[in-house]
Ligand binder design. Structure first.
Ligand code: ADP
Ligand code: GLC
Length: 486
C-alpha cells in the first residue's frame, strides 16, 4: 500500500512540536508492515541539506504566486520525503515555520499551506511525478485543503482514500472568505456544509468535512472533542461524524529516544542499571547552575509555552514547589509573559530554579535523562509525547488528567503502588492547587526510594513504541480502501 503523508513539519527536518515527531516516525514504523509511506512537506530553509540522494521530481510552475519544484530525498533514518521548494512561500531568512519575526502569523499562511495541500492533491491524483498513493494521510489544518481540492477535482471519483488526523483542534486554519479565489476553490466550497466557519474559511473544517475518515491522537481526546467544552466549536460537526472518528495513541521513536543509546546523553542507562541515571542528573544540575545534589528531586518542563500547556498554573504553584526544597528546570519558548514568569523565578531562586528560553533538541534529551520528573499541567492534551519520553527515561510524568495524558500515565495512588502498576502522578481539576498537591505527592514518593525506583522501572518497561499504533493505522487505511472500492 502506498500512503502520502501531508504534513507541515517532520522530525528531524523541521519541528515545533509533537506533530513533527509523529510525521517523522510513523512512516518508518509502517514500512515493515508493507506500507510505502512518503512525507510531503514544505522546503523550508535548510531542509534539503539534511536529505540524501535528492532528485527533482517535477516543476510546479506558477504555484500560488511563483515557480516551484518538487524534490525527492531520504533522511539518514531512511524516511522518504517529498519537498516543495517554493522560495516565494517557504524561503524566509527570519521567523519560524508559522510565525514571522514579530511573533505573529506569516500574512500569507493561507497560500503557504494552501500550496502544500494543493500539491498533495496533485500527487494524489497522479498528476505530478510517477509515484501516486492509494491513500492520503492529512495532518492538522495545514493539510486540510487537500480534502477540498480532491472533493472538487474534475476527476474526484478516482481520487484516493483520505484520512485526516487531528493533532490539535485549537489550530483551525481560519482565513477571511476573500482568500477563497486565490486558493483556487469554487464558491460552493464556502457553503455552511462546506468549509465556512462563522463567516471565515477554515482549512481544518475542509479536512473534517471531506476526508473519508477522521482520527485523533488518543481515545480520551477523541471523546473530549465531541463535547461543547472541549470541541472548540467543532463538536457539532464532529458529533455528526463520531462513528468515523478513531483515537489512536501516538508512539515514540525508539531509535531517537532510548536512554541506553542516546548520543545526547552522557551516561547511558537502562531500567536495570538505573543508578547510572544519577550521573546525568549531576551533569544537568552542573550545566544549568543548579546545586548538584542527588537527594533533591529535580522537576522539569520541556514545552511550548502556551495556554494549552497550563504552565501559568506551574508559575502559580511555584512557591509550593520551592518550599518542598525541590528543583525545577524549564526549557521552552512561546508566550512572553510565561517566559518572563519562569525567568523571574530562576532569578529569585538561583541554584534551585533554572530557565532556558529557546528550542534545543539536544538539551531536551539531556533534561529527560537528568531530571527526576516531568511536569505537564495541560488544560487539554490531544496525546502528548513529552510524558512518553518521560516514561521511557524513568523521569516520572506529573500530569493533568486530560486527553492523552489520562490514557498513558497511571497515577501512583495507594492501590496502584501496592499492585506495582503506577507510572507517574495525575491530578484533576487542572488548577494550581491540585498541581501543587501533585508536586508535593511526587516529592513524598521520591523520598521513598524503594517505591520511587519501582515506579521508575515500571514506567520504563511500558511499551510506548510505535508498533501497536502503526498496526492500528494500517487497519484504518485498509478499512478506508475497502469502503472506497465498494
Ligand atoms: P505539542 O506537540 O503540543 O507541543 P508534545 O508533547 O506532543 O506537545 O510534543 C512536544 C515535542 O516538542 C517533544 O518532542 C518535545 O521534546 C519538543 N519540545 C517542545 N518544546 C521544546 C523546546 N523548547 N526545545 C526542544 N524540544 C521541545
Ligand atoms: C499536538 C498535540 C500533542 C500531540 C502532538 C502529536 O501538537 O498538542 O498533544 O502529542 O500533536 O500528535
Amino acid at each position: 500500500m502506498r500512503v502520502l503523508f501531508v504534513s507541515s513539519e517532520c522530525y528531524p527536518l523541521a519541528k515545533t512540536g509533537g506533530l513533527a515527531d509523529v510525521a517523522g516516525a510513523l512512516p518508518l514504523a509502517l514500512a515493515p508492515l508493507g506500507v510505502d509511506a512518503r512525507v510531503l512537506m514544505p522546503g523550508y530553509p535548510g531542509v534539503r541539506d539534511q536529505l540524501i540522494g535528492t532528485t527533482k521530481v517535477a516543476s510546479l510552475p506558477g504555484l500560488f504566486g511563483g515557480d516551484a519544484t518538487l524534490v525527492a530525498g531520504t533522511t539518514v533514518a531512511g524516511l522518504q520525503v517529498l519537498l516543495i521548494e517554493a522560495p516565494h512561500l517557504f524561503t524566509r531568512s527570519t521567523g519560524g515555520l508559522y510565525l514571522g519575526p514579530d511573533g505573529t502569523d506569516w500574512p500569507d499562511n493561507h497560500l503557504r499551506f494552501g500550496a502544500l495541500s494543493w500539491v498533495g492533491a496533485a500527487i494524489a491524483m497522479g498528476r505530478v511525478g510517477t509515484w501516486a498513493p492509494d491513500l492520503v494521510h492529512l495532518h492538522d489544518w495545514q493539510a486540510g485543503l487537500t480534502a477540498a481540492y480532491l472533493r472538487y477535482d474534475r476527476e474526484a471519483a478516482r481520487a484516493p482514500g483520505t484520512l485526516l488526523t487531528i493533532h490539535n483542534l485549537a489550530f483551525q486554519g481560519l482565513f477571511p472568505p476573500a482568500t477563497r479565489a486565490s486558493l483556487l476553490l469554487p464558491s460552493q466550497a464556502l457553503d455552511v456544509d462546506g468549509m465556512e466557519y462563522w463567516g471565515q474559511l477554515s482549512f481544518l473544517k475542509a479536512g473534517v468535512q471531506w476526508s473519508d475518515r477522521l482520527s485523533t491522537v488518543s481515545p480520551t481526546y477523541a471523546r473530549e472533542i465531541l463535547t461543547p467544552n472541549e470541541g472548540m466549536g467543532f463538536d457539532g460537526l464532529l458529533r455528526l461524524r463520531a462513528h468515523e472518528l478513531t483515537g489512536i495513541v501516538n508512539g515514540i521513536d525508539d531509535s531517537v529516544w532510548d536512554p541506553a543509546n542516546d548520543p545526547h546523553v552522557g551516561t547511558p542507562y537502562t531500567s536495570r542499571k538505573l543508578a547510572a541515571k544519577a550521573a546525568n542528573k549531576a551533569a544537568l544540575q552542573h550545566e544549568l547552575g543548579l546545586e548538584v545534589r542527588a537527594e533533591t528531586p529535580l522537576f522539569s518542563v520541556v514545552s511550548r509555552l502556551t495556554t494549552q500547556k497550563g504552565l501559568d498554573l506551574l508559575v502559580a504553584a511555584l512557591p509550593r514547589l520551592v518550599a518542598t526544597g525541590a528543583q525545577l528546570v524549564v526549557l521552552g519558548t512561546g508566550d512572553p509573559t510565561l517566559e518572563a514568569g519562569f525567568v523571574a523565578a530562576s532569578v529569585a531562586h538561583p541554584g534551585q530554579v533554572a530557565t532556558v528560553i529557546g528550542f534545543d533538541e539536544a538539551l531536551s534529551h539531556r533534561i529527560q535523562a537528568g531530571a527526576d520528573a516531568v511536569v505537564m499541567p495541560s488544560r487539554f492534551e490531544p496525546c502528548g509525547l513529552t510524558q512518553l519520553y518521560g516514561l521511557r527515561y524513568g523521569t516520572l510524568p506529573v500530569v493533568a488528567r486530560v486527553g492523552g495524558l489520562a490514557d498513558t500515565v497511571i497515577d501512583a495512588n495507594e492501590a496502584a503502588l501496592r499492585d506495582g502498576v503506577a507510572t507517574g502522578v495525575q491530578f484533576s481539576p487542572v488548577e494550581a492547587d491540585p498541581l501543587a498537591v501533585a508536586i508535593e505527592r511526587t516529592v513524598d514518593l521520591f523520598r521513598d526510594r524503594t517505591a520511587w525506583q519501582r515506579t521508575q522501572r515500571r514506567a520504563m518497561s511500558r511499551d510506548v513504541g510505535w508498533d501497536v499504533a502503526a498496526g492500528r493505522y494500517l487497519s484504518l487505511y485498509q478499512e478506508i480502501l475497502a469502503h472506497r472500492s465498494r
